[in-house]
Design a protein around this ligand. Structure first.
Ligand code: PMP
Length: 398
């Protein structure tokens, strides 16, 4: 059996896709199954059931698995809930909330954006004001938030914002693409109407699946839409199919990504074997250790305040005089791939290191990452080199 990333290829530590476990690789690598054979149908059904548990969603909620990226999932959530002429409020925390705003505008919705500077998030009080203000003009259909904005590494606390949405009679949609199974989230308890994600992040699967769980109120809102959303994204088209898989009967609307479905079951089973809370705690511990290592290297986070720093990735400002391209190239030469920043408003440039999914269960991979970043920075004339950074990562006195 394959034991994980080889020493002879670089370790993939970008904010998705991420390294996957040997069990997931093995599951994914089977000859493509038919979507009509009992083994695949049963695997799909089990995966849907496990999604409710990983999402901590109610028993009556509906999981959806769709071939597509997280962007397809965002669009599915938006277009099943918000019709042209309806009102939505969106909490801006970076690149991906801007994308959601664009989708809603294209759907003809009136969108109130609660703005924040790059690396920051609006205070809950500002969101409350925006909801109240929008509501004076008409009912607010839904509030959209991004749990972790992958462009800046900003983590928000969704619970209070979802409560505000409820107070104002609005549904809530959480983009959990960079958080599901990596950050604390309780779909049912916090009353999220839709919590969506993609396969290639903290679920630690190959890219290619959009996944979400929708609650009763969200499903009812789809039924009440004045006109249906695009067919491929329509919950009504997919719901009987998802139900059939859970009931163990063959069904077809559009061919599922069967290898990914098998991998999904394997990946979710690993997370549940660990325990969702334990998995989230591993992300927290890894992030804390990495923050210590970045501190030892003199690297500053993009998020404006400590409580905004995500546990699934680090967005790190470039030290003065260090060239981004050269740095990323040197990190790769030292055996690790990390990513450039993508938010246009972060001055001075930054880079991002993903630490989510299976890798946070493997301390040696985090060590390899810190070692490569420290060596590359030293090559660029910055920082103390790997010794102090690895010591900080491991919590040892320097
Ligand atoms: N939302 C967030 C928070 C993301 O990080 C991403 C991808 N990085 C997306 C949405 C879009 O996902 P995809 O690239 O799979 O379409």
């Amino acid at each position: 059996m394959h034991q994980g990333p080889d020493q002879d290829r670089p370790l993939l530590m970008i904010p998705g896709p991420v390294e996957v476990s040997p069990a997931v690789r093995e599951a994914y690598a089977v000859p493509p199954p038919s979507h009509r054979v009992p083994e695949l149908i049963e695997s799909f059904g089990r995966a849907l059931g496990m999604m409710r548990r990983v999402w901590r969603a109610g028993e009556g909620s509906q999981p959806f698995v769709l071939a597509g990226g997280g962007t397809a999932g965002m669009e599915m959530a938006a277009l099943n809930l918000v019709a042209a002429g309806e009102r939505a409020v969106l909490v801006e925390t970076g690149f991906f909330s801007r994308r959601m705003a664009e989708m809603l505008r294209r759907a003809g919705a009136h969108v109130t954006v609660v703005p924040a500077a790059a690396g920051d998030a609006p205070a809950a009080g500002r969101v409350a004001e925006a909801l109240a203000e929008a509501r004076r003009m008409g009912p607010v259909k839904a509030l959209f938030v991004t749990h972790v904005d992958t462009s800046t590494g900003v983590l928000i606390d969704p619970g209070p914002l979802l409560a505000l949405a409820r107070e104002h009679g609005a549904l809530s949609v959480v983009d959990g693409v960079c958080s599901a199974a990596g950050e604390e989230f309780r779909t049912a308890e916090w009353g999220a109407d839709v919590f969506l994600t993609a396969s290639q992040k903290a679920l630690s699967l190959p890219p290619g699946l959009a996944l979400m769980v929708a609650g009763d109120a969200a499903l009812a809102a789809r039924e009440a839409l004045p006109s249906p959303p695009p067919l491929y994204l329509d919950w009504q088209a997919w719901r009987p199919i998802m139900r059939a898989y859970e009931e163990g009967t063959p069904s077809y609307f559009s061919t599922p990504a069967t290898n990914l479905v098998v991998a999904l079951e394997a990946g979710l089973a690993e997370i549940l074997a660990d325990g969702v809370e334990a998995r989230v705690e591993r992300h927290r511990r890894a992030a804390r250790a990495l923050r210590a290592a970045w501190g030892a290297l003199g690297l500053n986070p993009v998020p404006a305040r400590t409580e905004l720093i995500a546990n699934t990735l680090s967005a790190l400002r470039l030290p003065p005089g260090v060239d981004l391209r050269i740095l990323l190239g040197r990190i790769k030469e030292h055996g690790v791939i990390v990513a450039a920043g993508i938010h246009p408003d972060v001055e001075g440039g930054y880079f991002r290191v993903g630490h989510m999914g299976w890798t946070v269960t493997r301390p040696e991979l985090l060590r390899r990452t810190v070692d490569a970043v420290a060596r590359a920075l030293a090559d660029c004339g910055h920082g103390p080199g790997p010794g102090p950074a690895v010591a900080a990562l491991e919590g040892e006195p320097d």
